[in-house]
Design a protein around this ligand. Sequence first.
Ligand code: ATP
Ligand code: MG
Ligand code: FE
Length: 345
Amino acid sequence: TIILGIESSCDETGVGIVRLGADGLELLADEVASSVEQHVRFGGVVPEVASRAHLEAMVPTMRRAFDTAGLALSDVDAIAVTCGPGLAGALLVGVSAAKAYATALDVPLYGVNHLAGHVAADTLEHGPLPSPALALLVSGGHSQLLRVDDLAGGITEIGSTIDDAAGEAYDKVARVIGLPYPGGPPIDQAARRGNPSAIAFPRGLTGPRDAKYDFSFSGLKTAVARWVEARERDGEEVPVDDVSASFQEAVADVLTAKAVRAATDLGIGTMVISGGVAANSRLKELAAERCAAAGIELRVPRPRLCTDNGAMMAALGAHLVAAGVKPSSLDLSADPALPVSTVWV
Ligand code: ATP
Ligand code: MG
Ligand code: FE
């Protein structure tokens, strides 16, 4: 069974193709076109620019995916498309394309959840997820702890950020210390040269009365900005490497401490970390250390599968096909605020 996955929730146009066989999932193609360079000078994604870029990239990206897979459109048995959450105009490009292909090819269409797709990405690399699993989803727009009983519908949010997402904090801090957008990769690089205990930045929501599984990164971002401003006011140079390392340590510390605590409290033996921030070197290192100490199996997909792509949506579609769920109706629409518990519509 060949499943085509289409992703357009933010600034990546992704087309993935997977084969669902007797021995699991096989990744046949994973093509991504990003409009990130067009957003750099704005320091964040501009929705109208992203939508237009999706429109231009959709068909060429589709062609590249079929070339790579060595398949024809007529080989497709089902289509999965991200229908939320994300930018409304961006989502609509993927949803419209998916409807057109599903109609022309006369195959079932599944409107699927982008966040569940980030979790499903891991099954392309490490095989089926044990049930239950705990997912730490950390991306540009989300930071959540999820209990995953079943990728085809059994996802429960047990905690989330009350303000900024982890990736958003990276992007904002990068701007404050003069590093380019998106901030994750350059901060990760600079942090390797810095001292993680140079500056004691706050760990949000870790007090005894604070919500156990929720996150907060807005206070951390402000603390970094204040620290940097004070330095600049004194006419001193900002130690970018130390600020990066200390900020990154605060983020990795809180994320891993809460995730391990949740897994331990709920008696869950497997943790998956996914989303763009899962590409972070320190997060992976600290998670590995703490999971090992707690006897938790850790799964982190390779960076390429952590950031937005169509392959993860195809993987999620394959799980739905395997579970025999009912396909979406062709009047399916984009839902920018689709909750993570709604895996498909
Ligand atoms: P969402 O999935 O919530 O809709 P998104 O799709 O924009 O958001 P992703 O593409 O999954 O998010 O991830 C992008 C984010 O990941 C950016 O904020 C970026 O700074 C961050 N990121 C990428 N690489 C790294 C890294 N090595 N370390 C930390 N953050 C990183
Ligand atoms: Mg992106
Ligand atoms: Fe994403």
